[in-house]
Each structure stands twice: as structure tokens, then as C-alpha cells.
Design a protein around this ligand. Structure first.
Ligand SMILES: [Zn+2]
Length: 393
């Protein structure tokens, strides 16, 4: 029996509980591995009890990276749990195919071993590249590949991918997308040079087939939006079904662009970190996909100045969104309910009896005070990383 499958005794938490209707109401939440009861009652506790955060796009943190294999996955799952994330998808970076497959096997190995004790729950991997445009790499290394049925078959055999990022203009990509979507994989659009019509058609065909779709870090590595050439962001914002990932660190996306996404896609914006291994380590030298990265004042860049992955954590993203004037309940939907829906996860994402006891508890300053993953308390270390990205918006 692994540490994660032990029976959990009944526990309670009192405070202001965020209910699925978007209201905070005082009460006590009872839970084992699942939420067992929600009791409405007055309480002197000022704590805010939210559903745990779900990060669908995170490469690393705490010195670990998905490409490192199981040890890297464990490090990142533990680091992000410290910041309120209770579910995540370790995310691969564009690399030579055998190395991508090895990283995916590493994620599967961690899942098969029962998960990461003291870390966020891992529900699969996000494959970001190599099926992307060589002309829109962002910070991805230049190891792009064209989709082929044989590669799709290899991916499906691993039974670990839960989300994928694809460039819709690549030959053969629709066939790959359909095959993956049939296996409940969320189809992401990103690192692309497609025009708006290509994106809209790609999305329509997939939606007609019942697929779940998402923008991979909306606005980043997808060109610009203009009146006569709406581009990839325009097509994604106009689509009535696609979810939209946003990196709200004050660096990757202008606050007005974020507010545009919020207005265009109510309930379909989800906050991600896109964090790299340096997240949680403070400023200094690091690495992304074999490339040197420098982190200064919370901004990670390649030697040529290209913005690399972030050092964001979701508690910081939450505070950034609140600072922009969003109600906390709405931000919680972006951190928990929307990402769960985007992945088709029906056992988490809200605080309801019968769902997993994935809980993130905040004080009134919105600092993380307690985290529970499937009812297991995460032991929190004193915060060591304070990034100025919080004040930059
Ligand atoms: Zn990424």
C-alpha cells in the first residue's frame, strides 16, 4: 500500500467555504479522502476554503523538470502543492522524440507508483510539442516533428497524455487530433502560425466530434490580433467552446488582454503557470529544454531575450487576478472549476459532497495557510520565494 492510498480519518475545517454557486458562506467542511459534509454554521475562523488549484500546463518547479523523469516530476509536484495546486499535468517540452517518450514514461511511472507523497495529484501529462510550428517556437527548442499515425499510436500506447498542444496548420494534424480526442485528450492550439480561418475550422471539426479544446497560453507564441487579421488569438477568443489558458504573471500577458479573454469567454478562462524548474528557487541561472535561462526579478529569459517559461505559482496568479478587480469566487473558477471542466475531470474542481477533498485554504490576505490533496495535508514550508511579479500588474 502506498502512502497515498491509506485510509484517511475524518477531518474538519471551519471557515468561509466557497460553494459552487459562487458564494462564500460560514461553515464546517467534513472530509476524508472525499468531502463528506458541508455544515452551515457561524464560525470565528476567518479562513477562506477553496477548491484546490488545477494547473494544466507546468513544466517544472523546485529544481525539477518533467524532462528529468520521475525525480523531476516529484520535485515539481511538491513545489506547486506548497502554493495551493492540488492537481497538475507535468508538461513536456519540444525535444527529440525518444526523449519526449522517455519523459512521458516517467510521468506514467509516477502515476503507477501511486502519485507523489506530499505533492499535487498527477492526472496525466501535457505534451507541448514537438507537433508545433518551427516558425513559432517561443522558448521551445527546435526539434519540431510532423504528425504521423505511427507517432500517434506510440503516444496512445503510453496511456498518459491528458492534454496536447498542436499547430493546426501542420499536415496530418487533424487526424492526430481526432485520434487523441477520442481518448479524452484535451486538444490545445499553440505555437502556431495558422490564420484565423484555419483555427476556426480546426476547432469546429473537433467540437463536432465532441472534443475538448483549449488555447495553449493564449496570446503567447501565436501572433497578434488585429481588426482585419484576427489571427490565432482572434479565432480562439471568438470560439464559443474553447477554453483559454492564460499565464497571469504580469510578464507574459498585458492585464487588458487578460480582461479581454475574461469578457470573451466567461467560465472558460483558466490560469496556468507554464512554470519552469526555477519556480520556487528565486533569481539566478537555470535551464529550459537544454537551453540556459536567466531569472531576474521573476522574469525568465533565454540568452537572446526571448521570454522563457515562467516562475509563477498559482497562489501568485490568484492574487494578481484579485488585484485586477476580479471577485475571488470568479478567480477560483479560473483556478479550479474551468481547468477541471477543460480536462473532463468530474471528481474535483468544486467543493461538493462526494468530490475529492482537494482543498486550498487562504487567510484574508490570500496567502496559502493549508493544502489538502485527496484529504492528505501537505506540510507547508515557510515561503522562500517572493517575486516582484505580484506588484507589476
Ligand atoms: Zn509551456
Amino acid at each position: 500500500m502506498t502512502a497515498l492510498s491509506q485510509t484517511i480519518p475524518g477531518q474538519t475545517l471551519s471557515g468561509h467555504i466557497l460553494h459552487p454557486d459562487g458564494e462564500f458562506r460560514p461553515g464546517t467542511l467534513g472530509f476524508g479522502s472525499q468531502i463528506s459534509e458541508l455544515i452551515a454554521e457561524e464560525t470565528p475562523s476567518g479562513l477562506l476554503i477553496l477548491p484546490g488549484f488545477i494547473d494544466t500546463h507546468v513544466h517544472g518547479g523546485g529544481g525539477g523538470d518533467t524532462m528529468d523523469g520521475p525525480a523531476g516530476v516529484q520535485k515539481l509536484a511538491r513545489l506547486h502543492a506548497q502554493h495551493g495546486t492540488t492537481t497538475l499535468l507535468p508538461t513536456t517540452i519540444t525535444h527529440r522524440w525518444p526523449e519526449v517518450l522517455a519523459a512521458l514514461r516517467g510521468v506514467r511511472e509516477v502515476m503507477d507508483a501511486g502519485g507523489v507523497a506530499g505533492g499535487a495529484d498527477i492526472v496525466g501529462a501535457h505534451l507541448e510539442g514537438p507537433f508545433i510550428s518551427p516558425g513559432r517556437l517561443g522558448a521551445q527548442p527546435p526539434h519540431t516533428t510532423l504528425p504521423q499515425p505511427s507517432l500517434t499510436a506510440e503516444l496512445l500506447d503510453l496511456n498518459v497524455i491528458r492534454a496536447v498542444t498542436l499547430a493546426p496548420e501542420l499536415p496530418g494534424v487533424l487526424e492526430m487530433a481526432r485520434s487523441l480526442a477520442r481518448r479524452e485528450v484535451r486538444i490545445g492550439i499553440g505555437h502556431t502560425r495558422a490564420d484565423a480561418d484555419t483555427v476556426s475550422t480546426f476547432l469546429s471539426v473537433l467540437h463536432a466530434a465532441g472534443a475538448r479544446t483549449c488555447a495553449t497560453h493564449l496570446y503567447n507564441a501565436m501572433g497578434e490580433i488585429e481588426g482585419r487579421t484576427p489571427g490565432v488569438p482572434g479565432a480562439l477568443l471568438a470560439d464559443p467552446h474553447a477554453f483559454l489558458e492564460v499565464i497571469l504573471d504580469g510578464i507574459h500577458v498585458h492585464s487588458t488582454s487578460f480582461l479581454l479573454a475574461r469578457a470573451a469567454a466567461p467560465g472558460r478562462v483558466l490560469l496556468i503557470t507554464d512554470a519552469m524548474r526555477a519556480a520556487g528557487l528565486g533569481d539566478g541561472d537555470s535551464e529550459l529544454g537544454g537551453q540556459p535561462v536567466t531569472v531576474q526579478d521573476g522574469k525568465a529569459t533565454l540568452p537572446d531575450g526571448t521570454i522563457a517559461g515562467s516562475v509563477l505559482t498559482l497562489d501568485v496568479a490568484l492574487r494578481n487576478a484579485v488585484r485586477l478587480g476580479l471577485p475571488l469566487a470568479e478567480v477560483s473558477r479560473m483556478l479550479s472549476t474551468a481547468p477541471a471542466a477543460s480536462l473532463g475531470l468530474t471528481d474535483r474542481g468544486e467543493l461538493r459532497v462526494g468530490l475529492r477533498a482537494d482543498l486550498t485554504v487562504l487567510d484574508t490576505d490570500l496567502n496559502v495557510q493549508a493544502v489538502y490533496v485527496g484529504g492528505h495535508a501537505i506540510s507547508l514550508k515557510p515561503p522562500q520565494d517572493s517575486y516582484p511579479t505580484e506588484a507589476r500588474l
